[in-house]
Design a protein. Structure first.
Length: 273
C-alpha cells in the first residue's frame, strides 16, 4: 500500500541525517461509538507546538511509563501473557502496553476502561474529582496502579481489542513502537475536558474524516488514516469481534519517491493484508 506523505513530513525526511533514533514503546486507542453517519472515533488535534505530529489528528495515546509494567496494577480480563502472544512481545512489555492504553485514554479523553470488578465499568467520569485525577496522572503525581487501588477499581483489559502494530519510520527524530487498540465508549461515559497536548477534539464520523483527509482539509499520519479506513464498515458492536480475528505484525513504513511525489510504502494490501 502506498500512502501520500504530508508535505511537512517530506520536508523533514529530506533533511534527516545521521543515526536512526531508537523507538519507545507506546499505545494508542481508537475509542468508537455509533453515530447517525456510521461509526465515529474520538480524535484529538495535536497542538502546533508539539514535537511529534504537530497539527495532526490522532487517537488518544502515548508512551509507556515505567510504572505501567508494575505487577500491582489491578487487572481483569485476558492476562498479560495473552496480550504478549498477540503483540509478539514479553509479558512485562505487554502489561505496560495495556496499562498505558487505559491510562492514556483516561488522561487524554476522560474515558475510563475500569470498574469495581470484571463485570462492571465506571458509569460517569465527568465530575471534578475525576477530571483532577486526569491532570494528576499526566503530571506523574502517582501511578495508574495507585489511582485504581485508591478507588477500588480494576483495569478492564477485556474492553480493549488488539488492532495493529506500527513503528515510526526511520527518518523521524522521535520514534515509537506503537500498538493500536480499539475500544467502545462505555455506556454512561462521556469525554471530559480537552487534553493539554491538543487544541481541538471531535467525535468524527469515519466517512467524513476520511473524505476531509483526502481533500487535504484535515491532516493525519498514515497509521491513523489507515486504521480509520479499516474500521469504516464496522458498527461499534462489531469492533472487538473484528479485532479478535486480526493477525498482528509489525508495520514499518518506508519513504519512497514516485514521479516526484513521496509516499510511505507498507506491506498492507500485499501478501499480509
Amino acid at each position: 500500500m502506498l500512502v501520500p506523505v504530508p508535505p511537512s513530513l517530506v520536508e523533514h525526511a529530506l533533511k534527516q541525517k545521521g543515526e536512526v533514533a531508537p523507538t519507545r514503546d507506546a499505545s494508542t486507542v481508537v475509542v468508537v461509538r455509533d453515530g447517525a453517519d456510521g461509526l465515529e472515533a474520538y480524535l484529538l488535534r495535536r497542538q502546533q507546538s508539539m514535537k511529534f505530529a504537530p497539527g495532526m489528528y490522532v487517537f488518544p495515546g502515548g508512551g509507556v511509563d515505567k510504572t505501567d509494567s508494575h505487577v500491582d496494577v489491578p487487572w481483569a480480563g485476558a492476562p498479560p501473557s495473552e496480550w504478549a502472544a498477540r503483540f509478539g512481545c514479553d509479558e512485562d512489555v505487554a502489561r505496560g502496553l495495556v496499562c498505558a492504553a487505559v491510562r492514556e485514554t483516561f488522561e487524554e479523553s476522560g474515558v475510563l476502561l475500569a470498574g469495581s470488578d470484571e463485570h462492571s465499568v465506571v458509569a460517569d467520569t465527568s465530575g471534578p474529582e475525576w477530571q483532577a485525577a486526569r491532570l494528576a496522572l499526566e503530571a506523574h503525581e502517582y501511578s495508574f496502579a495507585e489511582f485504581l487501588l485508591k478507588r477500588g477499581l480494576v483495569l478492564r483489559a477485556d474492553l480493549l481489542g488488539a488492532w495493529s502494530h506500527w513503528i515510526t519510520p526511520a527518518f523521524e527524530p522521535r520514534r515509537f513502537d506503537t500498538r493500536f487498540f480499539v475500544a467502545v465508549l462505555p455506556e454512561g461515559q462521556a469525554v471530559g475536558h480537552l487534553a493539554r497536548e491538543a487544541d481541538r477534539a471531535v467525535w468524527a464520523p469515519l466517512t467524513k474524516v476520511l473524505a476531509a483527509v483526502d481533500a487535504g482539509e484535515t491532516a493525519m499520519l498514515p497509521p491513523t488514516h489507515i486504521t480509520c479506513s479499516e474500521l469504516l464498515e464496522l458498527s461499534a458492536d462489531e469492533v472487538l469481534a473484528a479485532a479478535a480475528q486480526r493477525r498482528i505484525f509489525p508495520i514499518a513504513p518506508e519513504l519512497i519517491e514516485i514521479d516526484g511525489q513521496y509516499f510511505l510504502k507498507t506491506p498492507l494490501g500485499e501478501d499480509d493484508d
